[in-house]
Design a protein around this ligand. Structure first.
Ligand SMILES: [Ca+2]
Ligand SMILES: [Ca+2]
Length: 200
């Protein structure tokens, strides 16, 4: 009797642990994550199913990369997400090198939530990550978003007053880069920015 009871308990324990594992696996699998890499100099992307209502449990990521010498300008031509306090339910997150630039939801901004409106989101470097996440319901059939991005040239010749100028004498900006030149009687050092007096 003792052994039989012990066996039954062990069996129940095993079934329970199997159930726990199954639940753990399900929670790991939901929401399903998708990741896209965008390497063109401009493009657009949208919430799944746009312009119809987005689904539940979405976790979708777009990694935007542009060539060096450019930054990324992003804006939304349509934005309609379920509003929630601090956008904790459905939201679009914009990240720069892992740092959060914005967390967006709703249709218009409030004291505690930000909706993009006509705002331009500009990266500081060559990369930007956009994450779209939804929870388990979209009862009011919010239609999601349409986002557009473009690579914008960095004007290295137009530096802020507190920054070191890019060139000693003359700075020439071009798409994707810049170059320096010097006044007559000087030559450009091998560092491509310092001007040195030409010796006779
Ligand atoms: Ca929702
Ligand atoms: Ca440039």
């Amino acid at each position: 009797m003792e052994t039989g009871g012990g066996l039954a308990t062990a069996k129940r324990k095993m079934q329970k642990s199997r159930r726990t594992w199954l639940l753990l696996w399900c929670s790991l699998l939901l929401p399903t994550a998708f990741e896209f890499q965008l390497n063109d100099k401009f493009g657009k992307f949208q919430s799944p199913g746009f312009p119809t209502a987005y689904g539940d449990n979405i976790y979708q990521t777009w990694n935007i990369s542009v060539p060096s010498g450019f930054v990324i300008k992003l804006y939304f031509s349509h934005f309609s997400l379920e509003p929630s306090y601090r956008c904790d339910y459905d939201h679009v997150k914009i990240l720069l090198e892992g740092q959060q630039l914005a967390k967006l939801c709703g249709e218009t901004s409030t004291d505690t939530e930000e909706a993009p409106g006509d705002k331009l989101f500009i990266s500081t470097g060559e990369n930007m990550t956009v994450i779209f996440r939804t929870d388990y319901s979209n009862e009011k059939n919010y239609t999601g978003f349409a986002a557009h991005y473009a690579a914008v040239d960095i004007d290295e010749c137009n530096r802020a007053a507190f920054e070191e100028p890019s060139c000693d004498h003359y700075c020439h900006n071009y798409l994707g880069g810049y170059y320096c030149s010097c006044k007559l009687g000087y030559y450009l050092d091998s560092d491509h920015r310092t001007c040195r007096i030409r010796k006779a």
